[in-house]
Design a protein around this ligand. Sequence first.
Ligand SMILES: NC(=O)C1=CN([C@@H]2O[C@H](COP(=O)(O)OP(=O)(O)OC[C@H]3O[C@@H](n4cnc5c(N)ncnc54)[C@H](OP(=O)(O)O)[C@@H]3O)[C@@H](O)[C@H]2O)C=CC1
Ligand SMILES: O=C(O)[C@@H]1CCC=N1
Length: 265
Amino acid sequence: MYNKIAIIGGGNLGTAIAEGLLKSEFSKPADITITRRNLAELEVLKNKGVNITSDNIEAVKNSDVVILAVKPFQIKDVLDGFKAELDPQKHILVSVITGIFIEDMQNAVQKNVPLFRAMPNTAIAIQESMTCISHKGANNTQVDFIKNLFEKLGKVAMIDEKLMDAATVLGACGTAFAMRYIRANIQGGIEIGFSAATASLIAAQTVKGAADLLLLKGAHPEQEIDKVTTPKGCTIAGLNEMEHQGFSSSLIRGIVTSYNKILNS
Ligand SMILES: NC(=O)C1=CN([C@@H]2O[C@H](COP(=O)(O)OP(=O)(O)OC[C@H]3O[C@@H](n4cnc5c(N)ncnc54)[C@H](OP(=O)(O)O)[C@@H]3O)[C@@H](O)[C@H]2O)C=CC1
Ligand SMILES: O=C(O)[C@@H]1CCC=N1
């Protein structure tokens, strides 16, 4: 019903969404159109059968779902460019853009198109995104469709739009925060004897296993920490030293700083 998907803005996130749609087989390659001005960067997707173009109007005309994935400062010009083509009876508009409210989009398009804000992360390319979604003006069928689309690409939380900036920090910036944590583990691992390749494998799989203990068993982090920290052992010694150095505090402060950056942008 909403088979044809246009992704306007084929950058880091836009291409990751396209990759996820292909990998999950939610979409056939020919049903996806992805746009950007520098088309050379989209060759990989083109070679997989995805339509690529710099013409946003053409992409919107040939689609049912329009996913907006340009930078925040580009949204007004981009929407102005194709809003005349939006048909409220046909299109669903989904923005993954940071800090742009549904009301901003409504004012920009000036039509009763069903509007969604989705906040995925780059793991959407491998169907492991955490995607937070809010919406306005959509009927149940449309909400179910968009929820199902993102559920094929990872996990979904339906949230109030007022939490979307918080979702951006925890879920989307969170990928970078987690990567830096893993990277630091690798650096430590090399210092205590592993090759970079082995340290990378151990660090990434250990973090994945820890996350799965929470996701699959519904455990609390502190319960799981208690199971690892042998009295007088090496885990608690390392953990306490990390806390003395401000580990949790630095993460919390980083999260709040990211959040304030969005609020003040
Ligand atoms: N990266 C991430 O992890 C996440 C990003 N976001 C949000 O997603 C959005 C995109 O982020 P990201 O992918 O990182 O940014 P990028 O800069 O990588 O992607 C934006 C893309 O938009 C393209 N673009 C610019 N102008 C136009 C235009 N007029 N028509 C079509 N395409 C255009 C650019 O390509 P060209 O210059 O060739 O046109 C570029 O590839 C941002 O709003 C960001 O806040 C949200 C969650 C996670
Ligand atoms: O850093 C940014 O502004 C964007 C939003 C979430 C991830 N990247």
